[in-house]
Write a protein that binds this ligand. Structure first.
Ligand code: HEM
Ligand code: HEM
Length: 158
């Protein structure tokens, strides 16, 4: 198992934990529901990175083939789960800002805006990569994804 599977599981469990220990649980407010749904969609796509790392690092041909087939099955959804994640997060931000206002001194709002902006970059670089692939776009898509992962973790923990 690649270490990224554990990192991803950690983000998933931390997000679920935050939501379940939040104010008023089991009643979940709409902005929180949108936030956690966004995490599900983003992690579905980001797990590709764990799968690709496993393929690269494995010396066992059977494992390489198994993961490559798995990745191929998920690929037709990739661009749509990614784009949907962005739309969900835009609604998350819309509900949050409508409710609390733009308080840039609030770490939750700042980290959210940062994570949301990088998510937009991930989706834009993804579409650019799909329309006309290049090495630079591949690296941009990957690095932005990596940055986003840690920003989301920060956003959820804060
Ligand atoms: C990739 C983008 C984002 C993801 C995955 C995300 C995810 C989440 C999740 C799962 C929660 C609920 C857990 C918790 O309370 O810690 C949450 C809460 C929150 N998010 Fe986001 N978010 C994102 C972007 C944003 C943006 C752009 C904003 C700014 C407008 C924002 C502002 C907030 C605030 C203020 C809360 C706390 C709400 C409360 O306690 O009632 N988030 N977010
Ligand atoms: C939450 C949003 C997204 C995340 C986290 C994400 C993440 C990833 C990751 C980790 C990879 C594998 C990177 C590599 O080693 O080459 C990848 C590949 C790719 N992504 Fe995304 N992506 C997202 C959204 C999108 C969107 C919206 C598109 C739009 C078309 C897209 C297009 C692509 C393409 C074309 C590839 C290469 C596919 C392949 O080599 O099989 N991505 N993405």
């Amino acid at each position: 198992m690649n270490k990224w599977f554990f990192f991803n599981l950690f983000l998933l469990l931390t997000s679920l934990w935050k939501v379940m220990t939040g104010y008023g649980f089991p009643t979940i407010q709409i902005h929180i529901l949108l936030g956690i749904t966004g995490v599900f969609f983003i992690l579905f796509n980001w797990t590709r990175h764990a799968v690709f790392s496993t393929i690269r690092n494995s010396t066992d041909r059977r494992i390489k083939i198994k993961y490559a087939n798995f990745s191929k099955k998920a690929m037709p959804f990739h661009r749509w789960t990614g784009t949907t994640a962005l739309i969900i997060i835009l609604f998350h931000a819309g509900f949050v800002l409508n409710r609390f206002g733009i308080h840039l001194e609030n770490p939750k709002i700042i980290s959210g805006l940062l994570a949301g902006s990088v998510l937009a970059g991930v989706v834009i670089s993804g579409w650019m990569r799909r329309i006309k692939p290049s090495g630079t776009k591949r690296i941009a898509h990957l690095r932005l994804g990596l940055t986003m992962f840690f920003l989301i973790l920060l956003h959820v923990i804060l």
